[in-house]
Design a protein around this ligand. Structure first.
Ligand code: GLC
Ligand code: MG
Length: 243
């Protein structure tokens, strides 16, 4: 039976070119044994650009925009899009979030109909995220907010994130949790690790993910000794998926 390798791109698969190359060679030699999925915060166009720039393998599926978009052979999954449109009110959320001067909108390329993204100007201003949540909650809006790398603020539908998108694909492909390995380094990967699959946190992970890991220790989760794609290789070996 095939297994799934679902990995984040920036600072996980990508970050150390030698490591990426080494992992690519290992996976290419056994390409038929796995479903390869890239799960990234980037937009699809930006992720594809990175694939070409860093000579990444072509994945079977793309989960982009922090789980708001799923692509297969360049085709968007419209079923997923209609599912995550449930109770999603982007205009109201955007207008409230824009009133916080500590938040600067990210580029248009990184926005999509289900992803409203900002940069927090100063990491020490993270209290305002609680204030923003309070205002959204008072209006009874359905959403989730994901804070990554002390800087990136993503507001998404309540039922869209990397973890939920991977679970949707995993079920679609009929692969059990024991044969699914997810890998990541930052806050937007936390939901990946919450899906009861196997998980590898690369050594160079951000504090928000390490803190989460330390509060959620489990035999299914492994914080690797190596960084970037070396950490993915270590995780594949630890869980005996790469023989
Ligand atoms: C990527 C995306 C950005 C997002 C961040 C965290 O950097 O480009 O839009 O905020 O991931 O999810
Ligand atoms: Mg990352």
């Amino acid at each position: 039976m095939k297994y799934i390798l679902a990995t984040d791109l920036d600072n996980t698969l990508v970050g150390d070119d030698q490591a990426t190359k080494n992992l690519n060679q290992k996976l290419a030699a056994k390409r038929q044994e796995l479903y390869l999925i890239y799960a990234t915060g980037r937009s699809y166009s930006s992720a594809v650009e990175l694939m070409h720039k860093k000579q990444l393998l072509e994945p079977d599926y793309w989960v982009t925009g922090v789980g708001t978009e799923i692509y297969h052979q360049s085709q968007r999954n419209t079923f997923w899009e209609s599912k995550i449109s449930d109770q999603w009110e982007p205009q109201i959320i955007t207008s409230i979030a824009q009133s916080f001067k500590q938040l600067s909108p990210q580029s248009l390329r990184e926005q999509n109909p289900w992803k409203i993204s900002f940069y927090l100007n100063q990491p020490q201003n993270s209290d305002i995220l609680e204030e923003l949540k309070t205002q959204l909650n008072e209006l009874g809006l359905a959403y989730q907010m994901i804070f990554s790398s002390g800087r990136d603020v993503d507001i998404l539908p309540y039922n869209a994130n990397k973890g939920l998108a991977i679970t949707y694909l995993r079920k679609h492909l009929h692969i059990p949790v024991e044969l699914t390995l997810v890998c990541g380094d930052s806050g937007n990967d936390i939901h990946l690790f919450e899906q009861s699959t196997l998980g590898t946190i690369v050594n160079n992970a951000q504090p928000e993910l390490i803190n989460w890991y330390e509060c959620n220790l489990s035999p299914n989760l492994y914080w690797s000794n190596c960084s970037y794609a070396w950490g993915i290789i270590e995780g594949l070996q630890y869980f005996q998926l790469l023989k």
